[in-house]
Design a protein around this ligand. Structure first.
Ligand SMILES: Cc1cc2nc3c(=O)[nH]c(=O)nc-3n(C[C@H](O)[C@H](O)[C@H](O)COP(=O)(O)OP(=O)(O)OC[C@H]3O[C@@H](n4cnc5c(N)ncnc54)[C@H](O)[C@@H]3O)c2cc1C
Length: 394
């Protein structure tokens, strides 16, 4: 393999053949405008899948992952180079596939059998299969351990019934990470939960899309009625799914920064102030600097955690990152909407900035809920990092 500079040059040339350079005046969140257009969700997913497949064919994805599971076995720095080069050009966003690459893949590589790793790793990295996460239920979100979806043994098989909700990309996915109760009599409820790999086309699986406040339909309800799964669909050991799910959630919270960092929020706040003619307004500048400082602190926190220089191995690090990133999302969205003035409240159909500001504000509300609410993150930080007494349980 090339050294990093030669590799960067090769990636840059490959991208230059396919995409124009990104116009710095275009908002990073333009992908969300695409998603809201008629059939926009489908266009967003197919754009992401096509790009992922092309990158895989060119040898530009999964660089830091093991060769046996579809990767290249190189240092992680090579993946970072590809991400940086992608951010320079006007290409589809890979963000819609982050559940697969960011959650399912690490979970599979960490907890699945060797056979499952070899089966699912390459298909996921190469963009052949989209994944979703089937954890939350109508009465089990923060209190996930009280989930009611049941998997009942039937010879060598399991028969699964229940309902999941808020399942992002379930309508697009080939597979889902499914949490189900396999031992309702376990001494502690978490000791009776198993993680399954659910093929979404299995008879008995019904997916119904939900439309969110920002007009998108990326999440869904999933109904499971007498769905038959095989022993080979269990990930890890039976009744050990809670430990696996906690690893997935820690990863989800730590990765939450993915959408927040890289100067995205700073760029949005600056752009909004510039378009509103407020670049020299001291109060406006102070608010932009607040966004910049929060973003920088978040990047430094993530850098220190990644380098192992802080909070080594504590599962509440994900909560810390999630809390900082989710708060940044909302602070920045409020700066943008305030700068946009009236157009953020009522915008003409061709007013891109008003559209982005209003929808950005709506969408930022998700940031305090997805991946576990901020109240729950504060509880976890209090109990696991600060050593405060445990929250009283019912
Ligand atoms: C954009 C988005 C995408 C999502 N994608 C997925 C997905 O792909 N897969 C999936 O499985 N789930 C997904 N979710 C669901 C998400 O994980 C849950 O919404 C979240 O965990 C909260 O659960 P809940 O909605 O049931 O709220 P509840 O748990 O009912 O909470 C309601 C309120 O009570 C508060 N609360 C609850 N318990 C406590 C406590 N002990 N202490 C203090 N306050 C408390 C909460 O903070 C919240 O404010 C997604 C959610 C969003 C918003």
């Amino acid at each position: 393999m090339d050294d990093v500079d030669a590799f960067r040059a090769r990636v840059r040339a490959w991208l230059a053949d396919r995409y124009p350079l990104r116009d710095p005046d275009l908002d990073d969140d333009r992908v969300d405008i695409i998603a809201r257009a008629p059939n926009g969700h489908e266009a967003m997913i197919s754009g992401a899948v096509t790009l992922q497949r092309d990158l895989y064919a060119a040898g530009f994805i999964g660089l830091g992952l093991p060769v046996a599971y579809g990767g290249h076995g190189l240092p992680r720095a090579y993946d970072a180079i590809v991400a940086e080069e992608l951010s320079r050009v006007d290409c589809p966003s890979l963000r819609p596939l982050s559940i697969g690459m960011g959650l399912a893949l690490p979970t599979i590589l960490g907890a699945a059998s060797e056979e499952q790793k070899r089966r699912f790793g390459p298909a996921l990295i190469s963009g052949q299969e989209v994944w979703c996460q089937l954890f939350s239920e109508p009465d089990a979100g923060s209190d996930l351990v009280s989930l009611r979806t049941r998997a009942v043994p039937d010879g060598d098989s399991w028969v699964v019934s229940g309902q999941k909700v808020w399942s992002s990309l379930a309508a697009d996915a080939s597979f889902g990470m499914l949490l189900a109760c396999t031992d309702p009599d376990a001494a502690k409820p978490q000791a009776g939960i198993t993680m399954f790999i659910l093929p979404m086309d299995r008879p008995g699986v019904t997916v119904r899309p939900l439309v969110d406040i920002a007009g998108g339909h990326h999440f869904n309800e999933v109904f499971l009625q007498d769905v038959v799964l095989d022993a080979s669909d269990v990930m890890g050991e039976v009744n050990r799914g809670w430990q696996i799910a906690n690893g997935t959630l820690t990863g989800e919270r730590s990765n939450y920064v993915g959408g927040s960092g890289s100067g995205r929020r700073r760029r949005q706040a600056e752009r909004a102030m510039r378009l509103a003619g407020k670049r020299v307004d001291p109060a406006a500048r102070q608010r932009v600097v607040d966004v910049m400082a929060r973003e920088r602190m978040l990047e430094m926190l993530v850098g220190r955690i990644g380098a192992g220089s802080v909070l080594g191995g504590n599962s509440a690090v994900g909560s810390l990152v999630k809390l900082a990133a989710g708060t940044l999302e909302q602070v920045a969205a409020e700066v943008v909407i305030d700068a946009s003035g009236m157009s953020g409240i009522a915008w003409a159909s061709d007013d891109r900035q008003g559209d982005l500001a209003a929808h950005g504000l709506h969408a930022s509300r998700q940031a305090t809920i997805a991946g576990g609410t901020h109240q729950i993150q504060r509880n976890l930080i209090g109990e696991r990092l600060l050593g405060l007494p445990r929250e009283p349980r019912a």
